[in-house]
Structure formats: C-alpha cells, structure tokens
Write a protein that binds this ligand. Structure first.
Ligand code: GLY
Length: 310
C-alpha cells in the first residue's frame, strides 16, 4: 500500500561520501518525500550508514528502516543509530546519531554473501562475544566450529542451521542493543566496562591498518580480526589476560577464515596512523583491552609502555 521509489548506489566504502549523500538527498527531494515518509536502507553497512545520515538531515530528520543484508551490518552497524560518511579527513568522521525505526533481518540474504564478507562479519561477532560475556563468546565459537564461513552456502539446506544462525544473530543484536541503550551517544567521559566505547575492541589497530592501506586492502571486519589479535597480546602484557584465554581468542579468530596478508605493512606506518584515530581523547589514544573474556577494560596509551606497542 505504499508508493516506493528506488535509488541504487555504488558498492563499497568509496561511495560512502558527500557526493553520494547529496545524490540521495536530491533523490528524496525529487521523489517528493515529506516528513511523513521514510527511507529504507537495503544493503550492507555502507548503504545503512549513508541512508541513515541522509534520513537524519533531510527535512531535519525523517524516519528510516534498516534491512541489512551482510552479516556485519546485521549484528553491528544497523543497530545503534550511528550514521556517517567518509571524507578526505577520515573515515566515519562526519555523521549523526539517528535511530532506525526498526531493523529487519532475514538470514536468507547471507546465502549469497561472499566468503570475505562472512569472515569480516564473524570477526565483529567474535569482537562482540569477547567483550560481552563467556556465554556469547562460547555461542559464537561453537557456531564457527560447526559452520565454517568457507562452506556457508551449503549449510542452508540443513534445517537446524538457519535456526542456529538466527539465534546467534539475535544474541549478538541483543548484546549490542543493551550497550547502546545504556550509552546511546557514547558519552566521552565514560570509561566503564559497559560504555559504548567497548564496542571499539580491536578497532585501534584496525583503523590504523585500514588507513595505511588506503581502505583498499582490508574489509573493515578483517582489519578488526587483526585488531583483536593485537589487543589480546597487549592485554596479556598490561591487563593480565591469561595465556589460555589469549590462545582461545586466537583460535576463535582463526575460525572466521583467512585474513588478508599484512606482512608488507611496517610497524612505523601503523604507529604514525594511530595519531589520526578518532578515539584519541585529548592527546591520548584509547585501547580497549581485556582482563578476561567478558571483562573489557579501557586503557589509554599513557598507561601502556611504548615497547609493548612497538
Ligand atoms: N560499531 C560501534 C558502535 O556502534 O558503537
């Protein structure tokens, strides 16, 4: 019973920019959208972030719905109301908080998701499980042990698979929603273990890896995979994460699938890139570390000896 207007945008981070934003807004206007209408984001995180941003500023804000079709956007970016575009001065630095009126997830769309996209999504799932609690961590790990992202499509013919996948995604979304409900705007002063900032576990190195490779070599979630491994190593040295839990974390990240090679990236490049991270508070970079699985801890780089990082 609704009149629907369809606009397609290019695929990939490079289209999440001001140019696409302006095109989307022009399309809204030319389609005659009013404040009683809504925008629907059907796609992955790029589509969700850009649509949400356009919806948040068109006529000072119209309703929008998220229909995420990648694993990463299902469990992470479609939930919580962060919208953004990339710009010359950095990734996701321009944006708003604008909550979707709803998020509709249909796991069938994952049947055709390429393997690297699945790996990227599962890295974010491991991230959330690790900072949440042992239960979500184990649920994610058990799922990955049983269902490898390398053979994902074939599992859809097994009746219990969709049920398990739905359960995992529901648990992941519930965790993210709980964190966001308690700290919707990521209050800058908060540094407790349930602040929204903890969702940046693995992101300090991830953002640097993405920046030094010009956002072309890694999918965001893949860079998060490496970021989790690095945060785990640092956590062992400065936050007492046990060797057993570190081994377990490394093992579960390995279950997500092969990550792109990063041997060509030099430590100095990474350290230089840390300076641009938006998690810098004043002149201090923040790291989300772990005391144990399910016990994240926010630490500034002032509290980490430089030799540990380099
Ligand atoms: N993806 C991190 C957040 O929504 O806060």
């Amino acid at each position: 019973g609704f009149e629907v207007f369809i606009w397609k945008m290019g695929d990939g981070e490079r289209y999440k920019n001001f140019r696409s934003l302006e095109k989307a807004l022009r399309f809204f206007s030319e389609s005659g959208l009013t404040r009683s209408d809504a925008a629907i984001a059907l796609g992955g995180g790029v589509v969700g972030d850009l649509t949400g941003f356009a919806a948040s500023i068109y006529l000072r804000g119209i309703a929008f719905l998220q229909i995420p079709t990648t694993l990463l956007s299902m469990i992470d970016s479609s939930v919580g109301g962060k919208t953004s575009v990339n710009s010359d001065f950095g990734k996701n630095l321009i944006g708003t908080f604008h909550q979707p009126h709803g998020v509709l997830i249909d796991v069938e769309t994952l049947k055709t998701l390429p393997r690297r996209e699945l790996t990227a999504g599962f890295c974010e799932a491991v991230k959330q499980g690790t900072i949440a609690n042992k239960e979500l961590f184990d649920q994610t790990a058990d799922f990955l042990e049983k269902y490898s992202p390398n053979k994902f499509k074939k599992y859809f013919s097994q009746p219990e698979f969709s049920e398990k996948l739905n359960k995992l995604i529901r648990a992941q979304v519930n965790f993210k929603a709980e964190i966001v409900t308690n700290d919707e705007r990521e209050i800058f002063e908060r540094d407790d273990s349930r602040s929204r900032k903890i969702l940046n576990f693995g992101h300090t190195l991830a953002h640097a890896l993405e920046k030094v490779t010009d956002y072309k070599h890694f999918k965001h979630g893949e860079a998060v995979g490496y970021g989790i491994l690095a945060a785990g190593e640092i956590a062992k040295k400065v936050a007492n994460l046990s060797q057993n839990e570190l081994n377990l974390l490394n093992y579960v990240v390995s279950l997500t699938g092969k990550l792109p090679n990063c041997n060509h990236i030099k430590a100095e490049q990474i350290i230089e890139a840390f300076a641009f991270d938006k998690k810098n508070v004043g002149d201090s970079l923040q790291w989300i570390l772990l005391e144990a699985i399910g016990k994240p801890k926010i630490v500034t780089n002032k509290d980490i000896p430089p030799r540990v990082i380099s």
